[in-house]
Design a protein around this ligand. Sequence first.
Ligand code: Z5A
Length: 218
Amino acid sequence: MPRPQKRGLFISFEGPECAGKTTQIAMLGESLAKMGLAPVVTREPGGTVIGEELRKIVKHHVGESAVVDEAELLIFAASRAQHVKKLIAPALDNGQIVVCDRYADSTTAYQGYGRGISLDFILALNRFATCGLEPDITFILDLSAEESYERGQRRQETLFVEDRIESAEIGFHRKVRNGFLKIAEENPGRVQLLSAMDAPESIHENIFKMVKKCLLPS
Ligand code: Z5A
């Protein structure tokens, strides 16, 4: 379904669990606020009432009631369809900056490269769910599965909620990481690949520099 030409700026953050997306999004939000800009910060799955309900289903049902791979893919797509039409596209059409914690690349990496579902099918489903809306710029924070696991362990000491996808075996997370690397390689115009092992401040400096370039093209 065609949608009006977007006028705002659409930024997505991607990468494995604990790569620092939340940290970087908060830092970017603060820097943009200092410029007098108020980005719409949102996340997937989630971002709308329906999306947040779907998030609970897909993340926290474990054991016998856990979703099967096919349902998992469709739930992420359903959350995204709702998100694009109800929140992202209207904000962009209104000239706003949208910063999204995960978007369609996560489906390619997790359900495609991780679970092994057909990449062609996922490409078509992503196009359908997003009405073809792609981010202007995507930051992939790259982290090894081992370091992601270590960071997750440290965090779980303070916050424990069972999470079905996070607790998948390390081999799955390695495939996901490689998937993100492949996505970066195949989309050099849109994707910026950054090491998540650098200090948060230094990662932020790079990100902010690139975002400013998009806002104020020379
Ligand atoms: N998923 C999917 O399968 N398919 C899809 O289409 C979509 C999603 C959209 C969403 O989980 C899950 O859904 C996710 C993929 C799947 N599952 N997994 N795995 P989520 O939204 O709850 O969580 P997440 O997206 O994986 O993010 P996270 O775990 O909250 O991590 P993060 O936001 O990237 O990192 P953080 O919270 O900023 O930092 C994590 C920790 O690392 C924290 O203790 C920080 O202090 C530390 N940190 C941050 N930056 C650094 C640096 N630079 N150095 C050292 N330590 C750092």
